[in-house]
Design a protein around this ligand. Structure first.
Ligand SMILES: Nc1ncnc2c1ncn2[C@@H]1O[C@H](COP(=O)(O)OP(=O)(O)OP(=O)(O)O)[C@@H](O)[C@H]1O
Length: 278
């Protein structure tokens, strides 16, 4: 993707499967929004190949769009509508596959605001409504651009459970598993929610893997600490699960205070971004 002479995405190669939750991370201006806007069909790429649900998003028709759920970075429309009224209206666009508006209101924690005008919602409540509008048609693929900005901690946790439920076939038996691509600046959220993390910097992918894989590759081994009687031990290992198993096998109940410290995603992220920028 280029704007004039300015190349903002270069060689981004990415595949997301059904049921997978992928978090796109990166500093401001890295190209996250541009990437998902191209995938949503809102922006036309300058070059390269893109396929979403088997079609080029630049040529997606109504049927294709019915399978795509979108939560943009900010939405300030429909101020005079009431919350439930908007959801019921939106549900009408997805015959046979939409959520029941009341169930959806409960799922995003807006039952108490069902009759309130949208213009009077708080920032976090408006964001929950944006998420509800994005998923009302039970999409096959869901794009979320900083979905939880402004959420309180409890709402964030509920939102994570909701998104995991969309991707997990056990949780919503009647629907297909949704592929989810989200951008976030909340590394804790990325680590908790995403199966895979993709880090963009300067329009290029600088890392792609699970939080644990990235930590192992970038930030080095895990640190395992334990105690046997009065003696304390520390060991660095690339496979802390195996070491823990061996310790249990060898020492059984004599083992105490076992602790495994993994590098945080924040350390990994900062190391990667520093590297890319130098
Ligand atoms: N319409 C446009 N015209 C020119 N440049 C643009 C346009 N839209 C985006 N850009 C540039 O493209 C780059 C990528 O922007 P993008 O919004 O994708 O970043 P981002 O990773 O989503 O950032 P943030 O974390 O701040 O939301 C930035 O340098 C931005 O200035």
């Amino acid at each position: 993707m280029r704007y004039g002479d300015n190349v903002v995405l270069d060689g981004v190669d990415l595949a997301v499967r059904r049921g997978e939750i992928v978090a796109l991370l990166g500093p401001n201006g890295a190209g996250k929004t541009t990437t998902i806007e191209i995938l949503e069909g809102f922006r036309v790429r300058s070059a390269g190949q893109v396929e979403v649900l088997g079609r080029d998003p630049a040529r997606g028709d109504e049927r294709w769009r019915a399978g795509v759920g979108i939560v943009l970075q900010s939405w300030r429309d429909h101020a005079k509508w009431r919350v439930r009224e908007l959801l019921a209206h939106q549900a009408g666009y997805y015959p046979g596959r939409a959520w029941d508006p009341d169930e959806l209101l409960a799922a995003v924690g807006l039952t108490g605001q069902a009759r309130q005008r949208i213009g009077t919602l708080s920032g976090g409540q408006r964001r929950r409504l944006d998420v509800a509008v994005g998923i009302v048609g039970r999409p096959d693929v869901l794009f979320l651009d900083e979905p939880t900005a402004g959420f309180d901690p409890q709402a964030r946790r509920e939102f994570h459970a909701l998104v995991r439920g969309l991707a997990d076939p056990e949780a919503l038996v009647a629907t297909n598993r949704t592929a989810v691509l989200l951008t976030t600046h909340d590394l804790d959220e990325a680590e908790r929610l995403a199966d895979r993390i993709v880090i963009l910097d300067g329009g290029r992918i600088v890392a792609d893997g699970t939080a644990a894989e990235l930590a192992r590759r970038i930030a080095g081994p895990d640190e395992v600490r334990w105690r046997l009687g009065e003696r304390r031990f520390v060991e660095a290992t690339p496979d802390s699960t195996r070491l823990a198993l061996e310790l249990f096998r060898t020492h059984g109940e004599a083992l105490s205070d076992l602790e495994i410290r993994k590098s945080s995603l924040e350390e990994t992220y900062l190391t990667l971004v520093r590297r890319a920028e130098s």
